[in-house]
Design a protein around this ligand. Sequence first.
Ligand SMILES: Nc1ncnc2c1ncn2[C@@H]1O[C@H](COP(=O)(O)OP(=O)(O)OP(=O)(O)O)[C@@H](O)[C@H]1O
Ligand SMILES: [Mg+2]
Length: 246
Amino acid sequence: MLELKHISYSVREGGEELGILKDITLTIPDHKLMVFTGPNGGGKTTLAKIIMGLVTPTSGQIIWNGEDVTALGITERAKRGISYGFQQPPRFKGIKVRDLLTIAAGDEKMSKDRCCQYLTKVGLCANDYLDREVDVSLSGGEVKRIEIASILARSASLMIFDEPEAGIDLWSFARLTETFEQIHAEGKATMIIISHQERIISLADEVVVVGGGEIQHRGSADEILPKILSDTLGVCPVLTRGGEGK
Ligand SMILES: Nc1ncnc2c1ncn2[C@@H]1O[C@H](COP(=O)(O)OP(=O)(O)OP(=O)(O)O)[C@@H](O)[C@H]1O
Ligand SMILES: [Mg+2]
């Protein structure tokens, strides 16, 4: 079980304190598929990075399987089964796709077949990619899918995917959605998927809308989707305020 207790995160900008996350409290039971969604800049990636240990919260606690991991770094959290796939994955010059997968799996002798299985799950034709370097020669969608494959290879107990759909073509997206459904059905891992896609939102056991650094809504996909649609049809508050002033 993952427990986020009163998580806040702020930065100093231009001498002022800027609140990015404000007192977020959330419990995620084991083996659930959670979707975090909400407006751009709402705080989803920051929250995911706080869970992974890439960002240190200003206050609050992260409890994973009963253990307070707030003070632990990324490596320690990875050892405890937490993994995170970046919204914009880094590239690793000199490292081949095959290496990345075997390192992720912690099994240097992982067979070619097994590597291929992970790549197939994200819609890549394995033979074309295993010996490619994870460098700038890969397209944005390719590098994103390889990163997702490396999370699958890690077989973590908490998998966090940050906008897995970003830059991915429709065919691969369908394949990826099936993969998420399959992992969920196996019931071995908890998944947090940050997404703006209705197709992914509809897979969720629970949807959490993060906006303005707070949890704005939470509930089932059926409850939340109409709320998101009505929110997005609203007018821009800045423009509205500007209009009132005239
Ligand atoms: N270190 C930082 N310094 C200043 N501002 C920051 C910092 N980190 C995050 N922010 C700001 O905090 C807000 C939340 O960012 P975050 O990346 O978490 O949003 P998000 O919900 O993932 O958005 P998107 O849907 O666009 O990916 C943004 O306005 C961002 O610019
Ligand atoms: Mg983000």
